[in-house]
Write a protein that binds this ligand. Structure first.
Ligand code: ASP
Ligand code: MG
Length: 424
């Protein structure tokens, strides 16, 4: 069996949904497990719906729900000639349940309620798509991912119960003979039967989980880019597609911030040696990128990962003591309390420097937490560039008109924290 994953952009219009159908038709001889995200920007819209509900801004809440309903109905009106098709009632009833939320007592646990509501995006998209495909084929079966993706109850960022999920998927497949299974990415279920989500952009991970548990032949993530590029075209000119890279390299790139695949997706595939294809849904015949076990092509092309809005903190004990393990563990605890994400760190005898993703609120909190015992200095508005398989030329290319504040090199990777002098 092959696992396919279609993201929001690949199903954002009726035309896009028809394109998904034509891609699936190309593979009509294959058994497919197809994972689909919410349509277009529906997850963002659902997030706004939850916040309006919790702000008790019912006017805004109703507006947003109506807007999402109209968005889905527009797509359905283009896909279905027969407006009395049962899918119209099904979709209407999902929106009715959502609207009724404003009459209910607010659940105290925001994250719990977030998952119950935001997950509707994936339910809607998969129901509509499965119904549409079934107009044309009789080998389509809609599956509720919550009947086989079992998680803990860490709402909005649930952990997979791998053993249970494995058993549930096995029995799901044993009881089903359809060639094409359509299911939701991003969502799961607790033992008690509540819906959970796996973290934003988690649909790729769902595809990885299903492939792992079914020993799939391959996974294909269909995207609006030709494959995995060596840099984000938003920041770099002349990007190059990586034709073939190793699981290890893909994990490294995702870790440093390359945003093509959800970082958790690759490990389960690596463990079972299941190749991952990243292909363009706009040009399905093109080669795309293959992520597989062999490392022999990893060094052919240098990759660049660029992050902005970085904060570089330098933390020095006030009593001139050395920075040792006790201080460090205390500093890490405070960093995590303030919600900082560490990108690069360096320490000397008397100071510890760390480059962070952190918002203003977190930064102030952190300085507050540290200032009793430490002198804290910081530079903000910095850039961080990571180059895999660097050489002097690539370093010069990215540091032009930049002041370098910190640099860290290993054999394969260089990371440079810098200030853009063009901006000042
Ligand atoms: N729809 C979810 C999101 O936008 C999951 C995904 O697309 O992967 O975060
Ligand atoms: Mg999405």
């Amino acid at each position: 069996m092959k696992v396919f994953k279609f993201g929001g952009a690949s199903v954002k219009t009726a035309k896009a949904v028809r394109n998904v159908k034509s891609i699936l038709d190309e593979y009509c001889d294959e058994d497919l497990f197809v994972v689909v995200s919410a349509m277009g920007k529906t997850t963002n819209a659902m997030e706004n719906i939850v916040s309006a509900l919790y702000d008790r801004d019912y006017k805004q809440f109703c507006l947003l729900v109506e807007d999402r309903k109209a968005f889905h109905l527009d797509i359905m009106h283009e896909l279905f000639e027969d407006f009395s098709h049962p899918i119209f009632d099904e979709v209407a009833s999902i929106f009715q349940t959502l609207i009724d939320q404003k009459e209910e007592r607010l659940v105290e646990n925001y994250d719990f309620q977030y998952d119950q509501i935001v997950s509707l995006g994936e339910l809607l998209s998969t129901k509509i798509i499965a119904a549409y495909l079934s107009l044309h084929r009789n080998d389509i079966c809609w599956k509720d991912a919550r009947s086989f993706i079992r998680t803990d109850n860490h709402y909005r960022n649930a952990e997979i119960d791998w053993a249970k999920t494995h058993t549930l998927i096995d029995s799901e497949l044993n009881s089903n003979r359809s060639k094409v299974l359509i299911t939701q990415g991003f969502i799961g279920h607790t033992e008690e039967g509540f819906t959970t989500t796996l973290g934003r952009e988690g649909s790729d991970f769902t595809a990885g989980i299903i492939a792992y548990c079914t020993n799939a032949e391959s996974v294909t993530i269909w995207k609006d880019v030709p494959g995995m590029l060596n840099a984000d075209p938003k920041w770099f000119e002349n990007t190059v597609k990586l034709d073939k890279i190793s699981f290890r390299e893909a994990i490294e790139l995702a870790y440093y911030g390359a945003s093509v695949i959800h970082p958790k997706t690759i490990k389960p595939l690596q463990n079972k040696n299941i190749p991952l294809f990243i292909k363009s849904f706009l040009s399905p015949q093109s080669e795309g990128t293959i992520i597989q076990h062999s490392t022999e092509n990893d060094e052919l092309v240098p990759s660049f990962i660029f992050k902005i809005n970085q904060v570089l903190l330098s933390i020095t004990p006030k009593d001139f003591s050395f920075v040792v393990e006790e201080n460090l563990s205390q500093i890490f605890k405070k960093l995590s309390l303030a919600g900082g994400h560490i990108n690069v760190m360096q320490n000397s005898a008397v100071s510890f420097s760390v480059c962070l993703d952190i918002d203003n609120f977190g930064l102030n909190k952190l300085i507050d937490l540290l200032s009793d015992e430490y002198d804290v200095k910081y530079n903000d508005n910095l850039e961080l560039v990571t180059i895999r398989h660097y050489d002097q030329k690539t370093i010069e290319r990215v540091t032009r008109n930049r002041e370098i504040l910190m640099e860290q090199k290993t054999r394969q990777t260089v990371r440079i924290v810098m200030r853009n002098l063009e901006k000042d």
